[in-house]
Design a protein around this ligand. Structure first.
Ligand code: SF4
Ligand code: SF4
Length: 420
């Protein structure tokens, strides 16, 4: 047997833990997870049914961990998992799953399909079947501290632009600040106005904050590619810096997976508690506002009809649902809620590393039809969100679909509505 296949199958075997085995045993094949998955509903292709994506893992479980499977295998009546099969399966596990978690939420048997898909990604990555785009992003994330290869010089240049625009200095490597702020690659490169917005907000709230030259990005490609050791290494970089600087809180940016990795998985990954708290930027903004430290102008609210797109990892899988709405209802006089929203939102179609894969573009265009319909049904031309990846993906798709809709980051919107 080929050595990389052997490593991949061994990784699959390691993944076949108690939750995985009980999940496989309890699936009643009801199909509800398929109806919850964007890639199935928008294509009608049964290959995209979430439970179907687990077929190689499930077959290994059946053959090696069930009595019937072992018996049939001993008689040579089962088909072993092969290299070619893993290669064919890779697009179903990486290219067309955003790890959005909608399928897991609706499963009547409580099967955590995202957990299983991530375990399967681990096996595929170890056997050399992770897509090249994600391997590249992960390598840059580990070696350069940035999934997109953004350098400290690039960040400094963007900071200087923002300082010139706002007239407010951006702090770097400040010891004992209250908050250490992380950014996403896309914010630095495509939406640097996020940095200027933070400066205005924190100056208004009289908050002592800092960026770090050693750990400025939140992106965690280890989670996306499915390799826990890499995810741990990336988390540890932030932990080391935050604890050295002595900050009280690390703020995750408008980035889905970065928040998920650091807030909900990081302590398990590194095997100990952090010496600081982790909050999403929207939690911090809402908290500062509730405490009266961040007054917002309510006398001249934004009158444009607008709606909010919940990023999956922040809302459904992150628990930050009410905070953006608290802020938006203060800022906007015509805030409109999508029909399926909050924890039941529909994904933008580009999370989970999917947007890093060029080959996914046609499929992403196709599945964006769901978000398009949601936006059109509200008659809005302004879409607010809180994840730079969602923002970039939706901006592209709105353009391609010929829709006249502006996408805005909520943090920037808050900065534009600060009371003098
Ligand atoms: S919703 Fe749950 S029980 Fe139903 S097919 Fe999907 S995984 Fe199986
Ligand atoms: S996590 Fe989201 S994209 Fe992936 S299979 Fe489930 S519903 Fe589909």
């Amino acid at each position: 047997m080929n050595a990389s296949l052997q490593r991949g199958l061994d990784a699959f075997r390691r993944c076949l833990d108690a939750p995985t085995a009980s999940f496989f045993s309890s699936c009643v094949h009801c199909g509800l997870c398929a109806e919850a998955c964007l890639f199935y509903t928008e294509t009608g292709d049964p290959n995209y049914a979430p439970i179907n994506r687990l077929a190689p893992l499930q077959r290994l479980w059946f053959q090696e961990y069930t009595l019937l499977g072992r018996f049939l295998s001993a008689l040579g009546l089962t088909k072993p998992v092969t290299h070619d099969e893993l290669a064919q399966w890779s697009p179903l596990v990486y290219d067309s799953c955003t790890l959005c978690g909608r399928c897991a939420l609706v499963c009547p048997m409580g099967i955590d399909l995202v957990y299983m898909i991530r375990r399967e990604r681990e096996g595929l990555a170890v056997s050399g079947h992770a897509p090249a785009g994600l391997v590249g992003a992960t390598t840059r994330n580990v070696n350069k501290g940035s999934a997109m290869g953004v350098t400290l010089d690039t960040l400094r240049a963007q900071i200087h632009h923002q300082e010139a625009l706002t007239g407010i200095p951006v702090p770097m490597d400040v010891q004992d600040a209250d908050y250490l702020v992380l950014l996403s690659s896309m914010e630095i490169v495509q939406f640097p106005e996020y940095i200027g917005a933070l400066s205005k907000i924190f100056q208004r709230a009289k908050v002592k904050w800092t960026l770090s030259s050693q750990a400025f990005e939140a992106t965690n490609s280890g989670i996306q590619i499915g390799i826990p050791d890499i995810a741990r290494q990336i988390v540890m970089r932030t932990v080391t810096v935050a604890e050295k600087l002595g900050v009280k809180v690390v703020i995750c940016p408008e980035c889905g997976h970065g928040f998920r990795a650091l807030r909900w998985e990081g302590e398990d990954l590194i095997g100990r508690r952090y010496g600081f708290r982790v909050q999403h930027i929207l939690e911090v903004l809402d908290e500062l506002h509730q405490e009266g430290r961040l007054p917002l102008r309510t006398q001249d609210q934004d009158a444009r009809p607008l709606t909010y797109h919940d990023p999956c990892q922040i809302a459904r899988r992150g628990g930050v649902v009410e905070q953006p709405r608290n802020l938006l209802r203060k800022i906007s006089s015509d805030y409109r809620e999508m029909a399926e929203t909050g924890t039941m939102n529909w994904c933008c179609g580009g999370g989970g590393g999917v947007s890093a894969l060029e080959q996914t573009v046609p499929l992403r265009r196709q599945v964006f039809r769901r978000k398009k319909a949601q936006i059109e049904s509200l008659g809005v031309h302004t879409l607010v969100t809180a994840c730079a990846n969602c923002r970039m993906v939706m901006e592209e798709d709105l353009e391609v679909h010929g829709m006249d809709v502006e996408v805005i980051g909520l943090t920037e919107m808050v900065a534009d509505h600060l009371e003098e």
